[in-house]
Ligand binder design. Structure first.
Ligand SMILES: [Zn+2]
Length: 165
């Protein structure tokens, strides 16, 4: 694929950056005034209503692309206790001590209709690394993609659909 012209835009995509969702959908839906009392940065988000979210990396094997894996930067909704534990240990270098946390996907993802709400495990990492997430096995196309990989053509479609890359 490297050096070959993209079939959609004619450019080349030698390196596919993470496809990043800037915030949980629940936060993006709030306008400025209702956001008061909550917060959202690159890694942590809490709505004024008390719903907590963490940013995590979903790795999907890439088939026929310039690199082995494409990363989705997505948000996971955590339960109240887990979010508090995560928040309190956020600056710890050994945050993997929390163990796996149960969450749900808090973004709809371009090209994967119905991804919102998929159950997933969040795996806190050490030394400030972004946590990883694993979708629970299901027939949803995103869970299948994480298990079996996604073709480069599908990635290109997503890249050209307006998602920030
Ligand atoms: Zn292109």
């Amino acid at each position: 694929m490297s050096g070959a012209a993209c079939s959609i835009c004619g450019g080349s995509h030698d390196r596919i950056g993470a496809l990043v969702m800037p915030a949980p959908d629940a936060w993006l839906r709030l306008s400025d005034e209702p956001r008061h009392g909550g917060f959202c940065d690159d890694d942590l988000c809490k709505t004024p209503g008390g719903d907590g979210f963490v940013f995590a990396i979903l790795e999907v094997p890439l088939i026929g692309g310039p690199q082995p894996v494409v990363e989705f930067g997505v948000w996971a909704a955590l339960g109240e206790d887990d979010f508090r534990r995560y928040y309190e240990t956020y600056n710890d270098r050994d945050q993997s001590k929390l163990g796996p946390l149960s969450g749900a996907l808090a973004n709809e993802i371009e090209g994967f209709a119905g991804a919102f709400g998929l159950k997933a495990t969040v795996l806190p990492q050490d030394r400030g690394e972004r946590p990883l997430r694993r979708l629970e096995p299901s027939d949803h196309p995103l869970a299948v993609a994480q298990r079996e990989g996604m073709p480069m053509g599908k990635v290109l479609e997503i890249l050209h659909s307006g998602v920030e890359a």
